[in-house]
Design a protein around this ligand. Structure first.
Ligand SMILES: [Zn+2]
Length: 322
């Protein structure tokens, strides 16, 4: 059997025998086993996103199934980057490929029963919202990323995910953010040139978003129309055919979720367009900088201000003292 297939088998077996994804990743790293993309194993490579089914334990291919059309792509109105959005399960297409099967059904089912149990026990892991410093906070010991754990604290992710770092301290995200704002304010305040640069960058970012918005707006409206048409079709089907309610309900629920997201997106776009730039923006922001937080608390200025503040920071290293 190929080396990688052996590793997949082993991961499933270890998991079924009660090891956590974190322990399995740490073991594989200790033994120097290559990960799918090279580099180190993470707990999330093994146990990652259930909805998108892109981790080892969730990869249907290992039990001989290929699933197509699970997501569609859309341009993010804020960053302009392509972003994936999960498709309703009713649109997925499954093909059986028994010759590619690595994991026996029995082991697969056991592993997934365990996963379910853990998910309900640990409370369904909610997606943590992106914080202003996400991606910028680094571990002062190993240089790896610090990510949010538990109740919104930053901790070394190499330690958590790969078991390769000794930095066991964590810091409350809010406290870290406050320290960073205070630091930035003291750098920006009283320095006309810096404040002007900040104002120019802010101005530019708002303009860029407004331009971006115009083209994204029509895309969102088009998607919204498509979703609304699908909803209408589902309702028609319910009213005028004998299709059982149950088979349509989940599709309808997912469509409604998509619709809500699109309506929200469209509202956000309208807000960005409403930002009016102050003619004397330099003076205004000299005042505003004295309270960076007010820019971040206002829905209309939150996103551009976040981008600028993030662009001012290369990284924040967090290390234990003493
Ligand atoms: Zn570390």
């Amino acid at each position: 059997m190929l080396g990688f297939a052996c590793t997949i088998k082993r991961i499933f077996n270890d998991y079924v025998e009660g090891k956590t994804a974190r322990q399995i990743a740490a073991d594989l790293n200790k033994e120097g086993v290559a990960s799918p993309r090279g580099g180190l194993w993470n707990a999330s490579t093994i146990n990652g996103n259930r909805k998108r089914r892109n981790s080892i334990l969730n990869n249907e291919l290992y039990r001989g199934k290929i699933v197509y059309n699970r997501q569609s792509f859309l341009r993010d109105p804020e960053t302009g980057k392509r972003r994936s959005r999960p498709n309703p399960q009713a649109l997925w297409v499954t093909k059986h490929v028994p010759h590619l099967q690595i994991i026996e059904h029995e082991i697969w089912d056991k592993a997934h029963a365990l996963k379910e149990k853990c998910a309900s026990k640990c409370g369904n892991k909610r997606q943590t919202r992106k914080r202003i410093l996400t991606g910028l906070v680094k571990c002062g010991c190993c240089g790896g990323s610090m990510t949010i754990i538990g109740r919104e604290r930053y901790a070394c992710s190499s330690r958590k995910e790969q078991g390769t770092c000794s930095n066991g301290t964590s810091i409350k995200a809010q406290d870290l953010e406050q320290r960073v704002f205070d630091g930035l304010q003291s750098i920006l305040l009283g320095r006309e040139d810096t404040v002007q640069a900040f104002a120019d960058a802010f101005h530019g970012e708002v303009k860029r978003r407004q331009t971006n918005n115009a083209s994204n707006k029509s895309a969102v409206q088009k998607d919204l129309l498509k979703v609304e048409t699908s909803i209408k079709r589902c309702v028609d089907l319910l009213l005028h055919s004998n299709t059982p309610m149950e088979s349509i309900r989940s599709t309808l629920e997912e469509l409604e979720t998509q619709k809500r997201a699109l309506v929200q997106e469209s509202a956000l776009q309208t807000q960005v367009n409403k930002i009016v730039l102050h003619p004397n923006i330099g003076a205004l922001y000299a005042r505003k900088v004295s309270n960076l937080k007010s820019l971040l608390e206002n829905d209309a200025t939150k996103h551009p201000a976040t981008e600028i503040i993030r662009s001012l920071i290369e990284k924040i290293a967090v290390a234990p003292t003493g």
